[in-house]
Design a protein around this ligand. Structure first.
Ligand SMILES: *Cc1c(COP(=O)(O)O)cnc(C)c1O
Length: 489
């Protein structure tokens, strides 16, 4: 299986190189035309474990890894890191099912991929070492730190904006254990962190690093090594419903996916391309509904106000992984995609041809939920069904209620309600009388009122030792990285 850029087919490589590089040099994303002709006998996976399904998926999509390498990655990725016996339990939510993707170390769905990516990277390395650089507005940083903790030959440095993350997010990062992890608060905002990281990638320090056989890489959601592990739980969800006799093998199943960067739902398209009987993939957005408009009209236009919502991980106006879907929907036409992306960068908008829109509408349905609607379904889910859901899952639930086809439907539940305890609590019970109540107070109150237990990694945060106290100026970020290199030498 050869990977090349969505914007040019001139150079191709195996999956190991694609995973190490992350992004193509022309700014495109790694894709493989072979996915269109690849297939997996899904019926044979219906009695396999999560890990066995992972192995079969990886064998097809990451075929330059040996069987031993894949088995070792899979054995290390999840073991001991999940609170539940099953990695991704499938439960009921109203008349739908939901797959709980939040039982990992940081209580949100990014763990599903970030537990695996470091393993895949370690095995792809030859004699060099890697420093991962991540700028975070809060959540991704913790999931990356936790995933890369003590990975072989890899270090990680995370920058977050000083004073601009929640108390829980701060403690999640500041208490992170591991000999290879580095965390710094930056005197600036999230954009400053991100620009600072980009500058380090572009700077001469790359050369210095190369002499020391260290390369820089990132862990963001466009990496093939994050996409592929997400294919597994689509198959796993289908398998569970077959095993529970809720569906028969071959029945079509719809998936509603709370979407931001289009990574999670794209993995659903990969599962479908490999042969999983998927009906519609339903893109659920919050008020930043640039994808809803795009799928309805064929015009993608990011020139609009950015809305801060209670589902912050979906507050995105440039949905990076959509580029891959445009590539496949255009019949693997790299030149066409390059043109669209040029329009996007120059004008902030692009429009796809009618045939391409038709193809996309065949595969995807879409809808969105406002903040008020999200809060309403959180309240209804608790009052009607005694189910606690987080604001991202709520967006999915609302969209399912609006447009689900009547076919069996699974909503992907992407975060623990306790991770967003304040908004969940207020949706159901209103504000706490203490106006200064912090995230932990809301977590406690939510637990008390509902009788549900907060995930241990969140509940324990307050008692953990603070390990990372660095605060740096924007122009000292590069020096902080250089000073951190010793942790992998
Ligand atoms: C990242 C995230 C999403 C969106 O996933 P994408 O792959 O960016 O579409 C949804 N919910 C939560 C809780 C997330 O952290």
């Amino acid at each position: 299986m050869l990977y090349h850029s969505t914007r040019s087919k001139a150079v191709s490589c195996g999956s190991k190189e694609a995973i190490l590089k992350g992004l193509c040099t022309d700014g495109g994303l790694y894709v493989s035309d072979d996915i269109m002709s690849a297939s997996l006998d899904m019926s044979k996976l219906m009695d396999k474990s999560y890990e066995e399904i992972a192995f079969e998926v990886f064998k097809v999509l990451l075929d330059d890894y040996t069987d031993e390498e894949l088995k070792s990655c899979i054995a290390k990725a999840y073991a001991g890191k999940f609170e539940t016996a099953e990695l991704t339990p499938v439960t009921k939510l109203g008349k739908y099912w939901m797959t709980e993707l939040y039982h990992g170390p940081t209580s949100a769905f990014k763990d599903m991929a970030l537990c695996m990516l470091p393993q895949l990277m370690s095995k792809a390395l030859k004699d060099e070492k890697v420093m991962i650089l991540t700028a975070t507005s809060g959540d991704t940083g913790k999931a990356a730190l936790s995933g890369f903790q003590d990975a072989e030959n890899i270090g990680i440095t995370v920058f977050y904006p000083y004073g601009k993350v929640s108390d829980i997010q701060y403690l999640q990062m500041a208490t992170q254990e591991g000999g290879n992890v580095n965390v710094a608060a930056v005197r600036g905002n999230f954009d400053d962190c991100q620009t600072g990281v980009k500058k380090i990638f572009a700077a001469d320090s790359e050369k210095i690093l190369r002499e020391r056989k260290i390369s820089l890489s990132s862990a963001n959601s466009i990496n093939v090594g994050r996409l592929v592990p997400q294919v597994i739980y689509y198959i796993e969800s289908y398998k569970k419903l077959v095993q529970d006799k809720a569906i028969s093998y071959g029945d079509k199943l719809d998936f509603v996916v709370p979407t931001g960067n289009f990574g999670d739902i794209l993995a659903g398209y990969y599962a479908k391309a490999l042969g999983l009987p998927v009906g519609k993939l339903i893109v659920a957005s919050n008020e930043n509904n640039v994808l809803t408009d795009f799928l309805n009209t064929g015009v993608y236009d990011k020139n609009r106000d950015f809305v801060k919502t209670i589902s912050p991980s979906m507050d995105i106006l440039v949905s990076s992984n959509l580029e891959r879907m445009l590539y496949y929907a255009s019949g693997c036409d790299a030149e066409y995609v390059a043109g669209l992306m040029k329009d996007l960068s120059e004008k902030g908008r692009f429009e796809v041809a009618k045939e391409i829109l038709d193809t996309l509408q065949d595969i995807f349905d879409c809808g969105y939920a406002t903040n008020d609607e999200s809060m309403q379904v959180i309240r209804d889910a608790w009052n009607d069904d005694h189910r606690l859901i987080d604001p991202h899952t709520a967006v999915g639930y609302k969209v399912a209620k609006d447009i689900a086809s009547g076919r069996p439907t699974v909503i992907l539940s992407t975060a623990s309600p306790f991770k967003f305890a304040k908004d969940v609590y207020e949706s159901i019970f209103g504000e706490l009388s203490d106006k200064n109540a912090d995230g932990f107070a809301y977590m406690g109150a939510l637990s008390e009122k509902t009788g549900e237990k907060a995930p241990t990694p969140l509940a324990m945060l307050k008692t953990k030792e603070i390990r990372h106290t660095a605060v740096v100026d924007i122009d000292k970020m590069e020096q902080f990285v250089i000073d951190s290199l010793n942790c992998i030498l």
